[in-house]
Design a binder for this molecule. Structure first.
Ligand SMILES: *[C@@H]1O[C@H](CO)[C@@H](O)[C@H](O)[C@H]1NC(C)=O
Ligand SMILES: *[C@@H]1O[C@H](CO)[C@@H](O)[C@H](O)[C@H]1NC(C)=O
Ligand SMILES: *[C@@H]1O[C@H](CO)[C@@H](O)[C@H](O)[C@H]1NC(C)=O
Ligand SMILES: *[C@@H]1O[C@H](CO)[C@@H](O)[C@H](O)[C@H]1NC(C)=O
Ligand SMILES: *[C@@H]1O[C@H](CO)[C@@H](O)[C@H](O)[C@H]1NC(C)=O
Length: 358
């Protein structure tokens, strides 16, 4: 991708904006020409940035994700898509083009879906995120399939995915949206079936539960048949966090806005696909509760432009995208993606509504 925005050159890190997600669905296509697209339908609104325009990521006081669109409208829209999806499914006009922009397209209903049952997949899917185990009544979203415009994307099957991802590692790093995406992908690849052959390789990445903690900082699993590793690491802010006084159990943490999480720094060389996200945790309450103190250049932040949450988040997102971009020449096989969440439209005065909503 080419483009500049506010002086930030985003050459390779794809930026995809998403809406609120209940059950996350990931669509990954890995072709010989190494293209990967990762898109997420939301339960009630599907938002997408024009991928040619890297967005600025100004902060909202977050957690406004559910300011969703009217769900009845959504059903209408999906309903229309159903028909065209069926009509065009075997259409020969859709050709697999090398230069195809998979990020442009729309969601259609595909009756051959879901790819796994939300009642199952107990091995990977946390029950608190299993929409089928909640009071929810509409499950239309389970059938959504991404239909790129004017080009064909192969049907997702777990076996093909693993074949293409042979010897490769896919890493999700971010907050709970990334965790859901990780779980969802595990379910998609396994079809929700129990897979005792899949190896827990968390140790290789230091992802072990430390004493006193509820869970490890992430998980890593390997499919031995194809030597494919899928992992998730919890980093809600995409900042490096450092205890200010390591000897004090109640220490505050330096939240280095301009440094990538240590985990990412340490393991980037092992990744073939990296999916980053941040969003929800940028609010004063969460920062205070986590005892995070903003640091820039190794010192407590004094820049007033960065001091407010929106400014800090924007600064951090630019920093991490810039850092990953700077690493790409070293790892030419690496595909990196940054995901954020829905922002109120006025945050993007330079974009038209049509560029947000399908
Ligand atoms: C976000 O950060 C970039 C890079 O520092 C800056 O150019 C831009 O003006 C900032 N945008 C907002 C909305 O603060
Ligand atoms: C949703 O759409 C319905 C029917 O079009 C309408 O009656 C309702 O007020 C809308 N709700 C919202 C929150 O926009
Ligand atoms: C399906 O084909 C019809 C006409 O052949 C076209 O108008 C419509 O846009 C197509 N839909 C998709 C999803 O490609
Ligand atoms: C698995 O993939 C890794 C990374 O590409 C490679 O170093 C390793 O040799 C592979 N192992 C096997 C058993 O194929
Ligand atoms: C995967 O790694 C193994 C062992 O290093 C190698 O024999 C095989 O050719 C590799 N496959 C691909 C697709 O790179």
């Amino acid at each position: 991708m080419k483009g500049t925005f506010n002086g930030l050159k985003v050459t390779q890190v794809s930026i995809i904006l998403i809406g609120f997600v209940c059950a996350t669905v990931v669509i990954l296509a890995w072709t010989k020409t190494t293209f990967l697209s990762s898109l997420i339908p939301s339960q009630s609104s599907i938002l997408r940035l024009n991928p040619e325009i890297p967005p600025s990521i100004p902060g909202s006081e977050s957690d406004k994700l559910s300011e969703a669109k009217n769900s009845s409208k959504q059903e209408e829209r999906v309903g229309v898509a159903t028909i065209s999806s069926k009509q065009n499914k075997s259409s020969s006009t859709l050709t697999e083009k090398k230069g195809c922009n998979y990020a442009k397209g729309k969601w259609v209903i595909d009756d051959s879906r879901p790819l796994y049952s939300g009642f199952g997949c107990k091995q990977w899917l946390s029950s608190m995120w299993a929409c089928r185990l909640t009071q929810r009544t509409d499950f239309e979203y389970e059938k959504l399939r991404w239909q790129p415009k004017n080009c064909r994307m192969e049907e997702f099957t777990g076996s093909k995915f693993l074949e293409r991802m042979q010897n490769k590692t896919l890493a999700f790093i971010g907050d709970s949206l990334g965790r859901q995406q990780f779980q969802s992908l595990m379910c998609m690849v396994t079809g929700g079936e129990e897979r005792p052959d899949v190896l827990d390789v968390g140790k290789e990445y230091g992802l072990v539960k430390s004493r006193g903690s509820v869970r490890p900082d992430g998980w890593a699993y390997r499919f031995p048949s194809s030597n494919t590793t899928i992992l998730y690491y919890w980093s809600a802010s995409l900042c490096d966090l450092e205890p200010i006084d390591p000897s004090n159990p109640a220490t505050n943490f330096a939240m280095h806005l301009d440094r990538p999480p240590a985990f990412l720094h340490r393991f980037l060389h092992k990744f073939d696909v990296l999916v980053l996200n941040t969003g929800h945790h940028w609010n004063r309450g969460k920062l205070n509760a986590n005892r995070w103190i903003m640091y820039v250049g190794g010192l407590p932040n004094t820049n007033r432009k960065i001091a407010d949450i929106g400014g800090a988040k924007n600064f951090t997102v630019y920093s991490i995208v810039r850092w990953v971009n700077s690493q790409l020449p070293k790892y030419p096989g690496l595909k990196a993606f940054f995901r954020s969440h829905q922002m109120p439209l006025p945050m993007y005065p330079h974009l038209k509504d049509s560029e947000f909503v399908d």
